[in-house]
Design a protein around this ligand. Structure first.
Ligand code: MN
Ligand code: MN
Length: 461
């Protein structure tokens, strides 16, 4: 079975659309490196496109009617957008779901300390990373500090070219004889991912100890009005510093932090904003905590989405416990997440007939999981047939794939959680190289086909 390269089918006009969409996406991943930043960005885009906060309808008692657009934010870290269809919600929704958290390095609650004249921050990494990839590279700090007063301070340091950056050191090769003998998992250990933030003592005060730490605390106090104690109620994430960039001499790819899974979140957001007057109700879920198991109040396992569908149906006037269950069961979902792209440097990790390739379009994964599909949502053949037809009718380039060779490893997504409601769900997304590395790579053509595929699914499923 041969699948064509997307690039061959584009005329000059469409090729421009591919590159323009990629430019918009680069802005998104450059500006949104945390779930909170992505959530805020999505709310702004939604508002610009006529979406209203569902709370306005709940508080005023106003009804929702076909064509109305609403969104609901879950604690600033996740959100869901709805476009009310002309059919009853009970008939089922067409749902796009992607996650907006990415692997990174979080600060501990008591992070700051001084060791021999250097000020450092203790960290605990988030998600599956090869720890050795995160050293000797410039990092930025993004996040919030919640004060006892109720005020929440936003912090971003390291993105403006005039900003300083921070980072984690690595052992010089000259002294690494022992380190080089270690297994990759142990070359750099989790507890050693300490971020260097200062080396200069505060001036004056010669009697006291820890003057370098004192200087950093003074800077934090001066710049943000925060005390050392305030880190207890902070969420600060260290992420690779700098902008996403064109990759390849032909500019056909993008390198950047957090393609997983913002490369699916962004076209999902754009698609739900661009579809007009749908028959079935549309939903777009952008969710947090996927990288650590979809747990917590802002992860997919939380009841948030179900509760918001209940609120939506209450406002369309069709809520009942039974109608809600029917709406969930009758829904179609695309669980959008990245997959591994074939990499000639690591060809042995994939089985060539069932792996995704750059430039061949969005990739459907019937199943994910590990050790014999364990933990996977194994999509139904009938549902795949329906989607295949939609993609072919709309000339969307798609391919099928698996994460890699059988029993080599594996992975999971949010698919199985929605499938628990009895709805049809399949994994699909954009192929990625270097997944979970500080800088990941995607193809612009695959991103564009994914956006077009979402549009076709929302309109026709
Ligand atoms: Mn993912
Ligand atoms: Mn991931």
């Amino acid at each position: 079975m041969k699948r064509d390269i997307c690039w061959n089918k584009y005329d000059a006009k469409e090729e421009k659309k591919v590159y323009d969409f990629a430019d918009d996406y680069k802005t998104f991943i450059t500006e949104c490196k945390t779930e909170r930043e992505a959530c805020r960005f999505a709310v702004n885009v939604a508002k610009e496109n006529g979406f209203k906060d569902i709370d306005e309808y709940i508080k005023s008692g106003k009804k929702l009617k076909a064509g109305d657009k609403v969104y609901a934010v879950n604690r600033g870290k996740a959100l869901v957008l709805f476009v009310v269809g002309s059919e009853p919600v009970e008939n089922g929704m067409n749902i796009l779901g992607a996650h907006i958290d990415s692997p990174r390095i979080d600060l501990k609650q008591n992070p700051i300390y001084e060791d021999e004249g250097l000020a450092l921050l203790e960290t605990h990494y988030y998600g599956g990373i090869k720890k050795y990839q995160w050293v000797a590279t410039p990092l930025a700090l993004h996040g919030v500090v919640a004060l006892k007063s109720g005020e929440v301070k936003d912090i971003v340091v390291g993105e403006d070219p005039a900003d300083p950056v921070v980072g984690i050191s690595d052992l010089l090769i000259h002294l690494a004889a022992e380190q080089m003998e270690k297994k990759a998992a142990k070359v750099v250990e989790g507890e050693d991912l300490n971020i260097l933030v200062g080396s200069r003592p505060v001036s004056g005060n010669k009697e006291e100890k820890e003057l370098v730490k004192a200087n950093i605390l003074a800077i934090l106090k001066d710049k943000y009005g925060i005390e050392e104690e305030d880190f207890v109620s902070a969420e600060i994430e260290a992420v690779p510093a700098g902008a996403a960039r064109d990759y390849g001499l032909d500019r056909s790819m993008i390198i950047g932090y957090g393609h997983d899974d913002r490369v699916c979140a962004y076209p999902s957001l754009r698609a739900i904003c661009d579809v007009k007057k749908p028959k079935r109700t549309l939903a777009c879920i952008l969710v947090d905590k996927e990288e650590i198991g979809s747990v917590g109040a802002t992860g997919m396992q939380s009841r948030f989405f179900e509760n918001m569908v209940a609120e939506l149906m209450d406002r369309t006037g069709e809520f009942s416990e039974l109608s809600l269950r029917r709406a969930m069961t009758n829904s179609y979902m695309l669980s959008s997440d990245v997959s591994s792209a074939f990499d000639p440097n690591y060809a042995a990790a994939s089985e060539k007939k069932n792996v995704a390739y750059f430039g061949k379009g969005l990739v459907f994964l019937k199943y994910t999981g590990s050790r014999g599909k364990s933990g996977s949502n194994d999509a139904n053949a009938e549902y795949i047939a329906k989607l295949r037809k939609i993609m072919d009718d709309n000339k969307i380039s798609f391919q099928t794939g698996e994460l890699g060779k059988v029993d080599l490893g594996g992975g999971g997504t949010i698919a199985y959680i929605l499938a628990n409601y009895g709805m049809e769900v399949i994994d699909l997304g954009v192929p990625v190289q270097n997944m979970h590395a500080p800088y990941e790579v995607i193809s612009k053509a695959d991103l564009y086909e994914t956006y077009k595929g979402y549009m076709a699914f929302l309109k026709e499923a």
